[in-house]
Design a binder for this molecule. Structure first.
Ligand SMILES: [Zn+2]
Ligand SMILES: [Zn+2]
Length: 347
């Protein structure tokens, strides 16, 4: 599979990602000990510490961080290098702490009990006060950096239909990453074009998964509509839980494109035999529902691009409708539009 964002980076099928997951972020026996840098300490003090340990900090400390055997670098060391690039471009100074760089997102998000060791192109940085030049220097000089996203301080996506979509800017590299989503039904890989999709940290016992588990115990996951599906996390987990029919819908085109990629990537795990694409999506923000994919196999899956308030002019209602809305957005109109379904659950 090819990356729909950059056309270059490989997109691995879910079963392959999951098979390698336990080792991908682990140190080897030759790796240096964890640096445990204090994220709140000013850069100037971190540099002084490195010098005290006998390293000419700027020149040697980062290079020395990559393991001679496995080639991986500790997350802290990579963030330190990013900080040096930002300082070089005048975007941070020696008084700023490592924390000011922004949020590091590992390319395969997984609840880790230890700080990750990073291989090539395994980290995406989301931060504020970044420039394209500095971002390009990061992706070209620091092998672990896959992409750099400038955060606009707002959650990307379609929070409110009337206000229109919001996106962060991909300054350099590629923003496609994936989260490992776990529940009692099993594990899925959910790819996300992270500049356009909101960030959710995968964790064990995630509240949304527990809601699905509870619905499943009550025997209510049979026919499901995931009305604001985003990249497809809940709807696809319903497929994995054994639903007979699942409808996924989103108005935001980047989310719908991610759903299509996630159907492909999780094909084997979800028992999908065939995927058809009856109609092509048109606008960035969909209105009247367009049936962009239909998959058959263990479960009948339909993917629509459109406004949820109009979904049931086209799609058949289901016994359960899930509305996983943005925090703080109004849901009354959506719930009213979905009353034709047996049960509407706002998540
Ligand atoms: Zn890519
Ligand atoms: Zn190593």
């Amino acid at each position: 599979m090819q990356c729909p964002e950059c056309g270059k980076c490989p997109v691995l099928p879910a079963e392959e990602v999951l098979a390698g997951m336990s080792e991908v972020y682990m140190a080897c026996q030759d790796c240096s000990p964890e640096p445990n840098l204090d994220k709140g300490r000013p850069l100037r003090e971190l540099l002084r510490d490195a010098e005290r340990r006998g390293m000419r900090a700027k020149a040697e400390a980062p290079g020395a961080a990559r393991c001679g055997s496995c080639g991986k670098a500790p997350l802290d060391a990579v963030m330190f290098e990013v900080m040096l690039v930002l300082q070089e471009f005048g975007l941070r100074n020696e008084g700023d702490a490592l924390r000011s760089v922004g949020t590091p997102l590992i390319v395969f998000g997984y609840p880790l009990a230890f700080p990750p060791r990073l291989g090539p192109r395994s980290l995406i940085i989301v931060g504020e006060q970044l420039t394209k030049e500095a971002a390009e220097a990061m992706t070209s000089r620091i092998p672990e950096i896959k992409g750099v996203i400038l955060s606009r301080g707002d959650v990307p996506g379609l929070k409110d239909y009337s206000a229109g979509p919001r996106e962060n800017s991909l300054l350099s590299g590629c923003d496609l990453r994936a989260d490992v989503v776990q529940s009692i039904f099993g594990e899925l890989i959910v790819y996300k074009s992270q500049a356009k999709i909101h960030i959710e940290f995968p964790r064990q016992n995630a509240p949304k998964m527990m809601i699905l588990e509870e619905l499943s115990f009550k025997g209510r996951i049979d026919e499901v509509v995931d009305g604001l599906a985003g990249p497809g996390t809940l709807g696809l987990m319903c497929v994995l839980s054994g639903a007979r029919r699942v409808v996924l819908n989103d108005a935001w085109l980047p989310a719908v494109r991610n759903i299509l990629l996630n159907l492909e990537a999780n094909r084997k795990i979800l028992g999908i035999d065939e995927i058809e694409h009856p109609e092509a999506p048109t606008d960035a923000v969909g209105q009247d529902p367009v049936l962009v994919a239909r998959a058959s196999g263990a479960c009948e899956i339909e993917v629509y691009h459109g406004d949820l308030t109009r979904l049931f002019t086209r799609a058949k209602p289901a016994s359960l409708c899930l509305i996983d809305h943005f925090p703080g957005s109004r849901t009354k109109e959506l719930v009213d539009a979905c009353r034709c379904c047996g049960n509407v659950v706002v998540i």
